[in-house]
Design a protein around this ligand. Structure first.
Ligand code: CTP
Length: 404
């Protein structure tokens, strides 16, 4: 799959650097040539000798190493790769990338290149959540940099949460997705998926029955056609697709922020079942039982689909979903106009259909120029058919001419 691909692997200074050794092995097993670059702090965690032995290549470490400059200048080094992978990408390395710094070999290479860059962040959960890191990530995404991970989990520092670097095989899947040729190669598509959780207090929330199955299947089908996917997901039952840049959120307001950070995109598909309201009087601490019941006040959530549809520099194709229980086509047609999206994928989610939370779906695609009803089929199949339609709409000539 990666035969003949040249990967420049920048290894930053984090405990996850040990996983970079396995990553080198996995990439080479698949036929890729790996040129390693080790930052000064990276070499505190893994030795240059181990990196070099596994990569079967010299390790590049110093910007001012004159031999390197004579053999292969740093500009040439960065441009001779098909893809630059930064793993682990520390908070500091990402901050320097976002700021356009060039104060060591790694940051200079990353600034001097026009080669695509894939970043696998790894850091403590507080660092990951810090507004400065959030800003840097938004900047890097805006610069077209792709992300894989991080995962949730327990960390070397003893804390739990997002910040663990993706496993080597997940990074390999993202690398393979990058190189996969297909009608959507080079396209960035944003997919929202799953339910949202709207807190009542720190331990209770309001949710819905969305499993995230359809959104996940759509993302997987788009990846199979070569797209780069940013997958913004609420707390779904099904695991997110491999090879996507996954952004996990809880509330509709979080989802809006993640969507805004992920733009620009060539297309955006809003498969998430977003709560229409959040609890305006949510408790900062656990609400206690009181006699005589209690009342929750609701405030409207932002309509993410409508907001994106009305942006002046909106994606070329915006697709919404309309999960209805009555007058499906009439309601969905009105919804398409109200929200301003290009297509609405309408379905009947009445309990008798078994669609919500089930494995099958029966949809009608409503566009400006008419509607097309597809027979009931597996959600995976709906996803594949929709992905082909998206490729066709984005005007790729190698996409099949028809979706039926
Ligand atoms: N959507 C969104 N943001 C919201 C609500 C919905 O992005 N706050 C998106 C969904 O992802 C979906 C589409 O809008 O693609 C339609 O969602 P739906 O809940 O059916 O729309 P509503 O406007 O909430 O309509 P209804 O009154 O039927 O609930």
């Amino acid at each position: 799959m990666l035969q003949g691909k040249r990967i420049l692997l920048v290894i930053g200074g984090g405990i996850a650097a040990y996983k970079a050794l396995d990553l080198i092995r996995r990439l080479r097993e698949r036929g890729a040539a790996v040129t390693p670059v080790l930052t000064a702090s990276g070499s505190q965690f893994v030795t240059p000798l181990a990196v070099s032995a596994l990569a079967g290549s010299k390790v590049y470490r110093d910007l001012f190493d004159l031999t390197d400059e004579a053999e292969m200048g740093h500009i040439q080094l960065s441009r001779s790769a098909d893809l630059i992978v930064v793993a682990p990408a520390t908070a500091d390395l990402m901050a320097r990338m976002a700021a356009g710094r060039a104060d060591d070999l790694a940051s200079t290479l990353l600034l001097a290149t026009d080669t695509p860059v894939l970043v696998a962040p790894a850091m403590n959960v507080r660092m990951w959540d810090h507004p400065a890191t959030r800003r840097n990530i938004a900047t890097l995404r805006g610069d077209g940099i792709a992300f894989v991970g991080p995962n949730d989990g327990s960390m070397a520092c003893g804390e739990y949460g997002p910040g663990r670097m993706s496993e080597p095989l997940e990074i390999v899947a993202a690398v393979e997705a990058h190189f996969r040729a297909g009608p959507l190669a080079g396209k960035h598509i944003l997919v929202t998926s799953g339910p949202t959780h709207e807190p009542i207090d720190p331990v209770r929330y309001i949710a819905n029955r969305s499993s995230g199955a359809q959104g996940t299947a759509i993302a997987r089908a788009l990846i199979a056609l070569g797209a780069r996917i940013t997958f913004v997901t609420g707390p779904a039952e099904v695991p997110p697709p491999e090879g996507a840049d996954v952004v996990r959120v809880q509330t509709a307001r979080d989802m809006l922020a993640a969507v805004q950070a992920a733009l620009p995109a060539d297309a955006a598909i809003f498969a998430a079942a977003v709560a229409d309201w959040h609890v305006a009087n949510a408790g900062a601490s656990k609400l206690k039982k009181t006699k005589g019941g209690m009342a929750l006040e609701f405030a409207e959530n932002p309509d993410i689909l409508a907001m994106v549809s009305h942006l002046p520099d909106r994606p070329a194709l915006v697709v919404g979903f309309a999960a209805e229980t009555d007058d499906v086509i009439t309601n969905a047609t009105a919804k398409r106009l109200r929200k301003g999206c290009d297509w609405i994928v309408a379905n009947d989610v009445s309990p008798a259909t078994g669609i919500m939370g089930g494995t099958e779906n029966a949809v009608t695609i409503i566009r400006q120029d008419g509607a097309e009803t597809w027979p009931r089929m597996a959600k995976d199949q709906v996803a594949r058919r929709l992905a082909v339609a998206v490729a066709e709409a984005l005007g790729n000539p190698s996409a099949p001419a028809t979706v039926s």
